[in-house]
Design a protein around this ligand. Structure first.
Ligand SMILES: NC(=O)c1ccc[n+]([C@@H]2O[C@H](COP(=O)([O-])OP(=O)(O)OC[C@H]3O[C@@H](n4cnc5c(N)ncnc54)[C@H](OP(=O)(O)O)[C@@H]3O)[C@@H](O)[C@H]2O)c1
Length: 327
């Protein structure tokens, strides 16, 4: 089978598209024919050796796929050859086939195509966990989403609306805000000129936002902690800007505000039942047409360099997917 292999850390140009040995599932594994593999920001860090989880070399990147079950190990229950599935195998996804544990595989709704299946799990389960369990977002509260056109940002805008919040979708350019407007946020905010704080205050009667969803960090985080409402919660989701910011304790004191960490992987380990419940709710919402993930950029497998560079060039809007087989 063909697979994208990382032999040495560096830019996507270092990766090799090559033939690798055919995979055979053991008793507890599922072998899946990959139709689509999505890219996430952490994939770009992982190939550079900069992510918190680094597999041993050489490795096949790609943590999320949509595809069809080719065969199952003797002990696997609940899945059979031909099932349409999404899987989060943690690595190995950017390949024509992947092995996954049953706990990382889910059947997909009939109305979900493989590209959507590949790009759904990580961003929606992260945003849902952040807004529900971590922020405990309430109807009528104001939710400010930074990096709103990116993967987790897009999901946070949609899910914030579903939870009844007034959503301010914020991004760095008019083009990105134009993209986000299809998700129907209540307000759009362009921070491309570096000014976030005053614009948030202007949109909130000088009070600030109740909940701030921050996958960006850096100077946006610094400003966000200065435009947060009394009893506000700032959700630390990621540091796409490259700088891990520091929270000034005096600002927490003055605003009665909290910084709340969000870590999907740990949540899944510590509270698996809640994670599963969240996932079921999200697939249900998708089945009913209440959430509509936007796959904005699809690349052929051979164009993997361009696909990875979408993230490093700060161009990601919605989900970025590599297509390996026609739907
Ligand atoms: N905590 C968790 O469990 C968890 C789970 C999933 C992802 N994450 C993290 O969440 C972050 C976002 O992931 P994603 O998949 O949504 O990525 P993405 O699609 O690339 O979105 C990131 C957004 O950050 C903004 N940004 C600001 N400076 C940037 C820079 N120098 N380079 C790239 N983007 C920049 C961009 O929006 P503007 O240009 O509009 O500012 C972009 O839309 C990542 O740090 C990722 O590791 C965390």
């Amino acid at each position: 089978m063909r697979a994208l292999v990382c032999h040495s850390y560096g830019p996507p140009e270092n990766l090799t598209l090559q033939e690798t040995p055919t995979l055979i599932p053991d008793r507890s594994q599922i072998l899946i024919d990959v139709y689509a593999a999505s890219l996430n920001f952490p994939d770009t860090l992982q190939i550079q050796g900069k992510y918190q989880f680094q597999p041993p070399m050489p490795f096949i990147p790609g943590s999320e796929i949509g595809g069809v079950v080719r065969s199952v190990g003797a002990d696997v229950k609940g899945f059979a050859q031909g099932d349409r599935v999404m899987a989060a195998p943690s690595i190995g996804g950017i390949a024509e086939q992947v092995l996954a544990a049953p706990s990382a595989v889910r059947h997909i709704p009939d109305n979900m195509d493989f590209k959507t299946a590949a790009g759904f799990a990580m961003v929606y389960t992260t945003a849902w966990h952040a807004l529900k369990q971590r922020a405990q977002l309430r109807p009528g509260e104001t939710l400010l989403v930074l990096g709103a056109s990116g993967g987790v940002g897009m999901a946070a805008v949609e899910l914030g609306k579903l939870l009844g919040a007034r959503v301010i979708a914020a991004a760095s350019s008019a083009e990105k805000l134009d993209f986000v407007s299809q998700l129907d946020p209540d307000e759009l905010l362009n921070y491309g000129d570096g000014d976030l704080k005053e614009k948030v205050k202007a949109l909130t009667d000088d009070k600030g936002a109740d909940v701030i969803f921050d996958p960006v960090g850096g100077s946006l985080f610094d400003q966000a902690t200065r435009c947060i409402h009394w009893n506000g919660r700032i959700l630390v989701v990621g540091f796409a800007s490259g700088r891990i910011p520091e929270y000034k304790a005096n600002l927490a004191l003055l605003k009665g505000a909290s910084m709340v960490g969000v870590f999907l992987g740990r949540f899944r380990k510590e509270e698996p039942h809640l994670y599963e419940e969240n996932f079921r709710e999200l697939l249900d919402l998708y089945g009913k047409g209440s959430v509509k993930p936007v796959i904005s950029q699809t690349f052929a497998l051979e164009d993997y360099v361009a696909a990875f560079n979408v993230f490093s060039e700060r161009q990601a809007m919605g989900k970025v997917v590599l297509s390996l087989r026609a739907d």
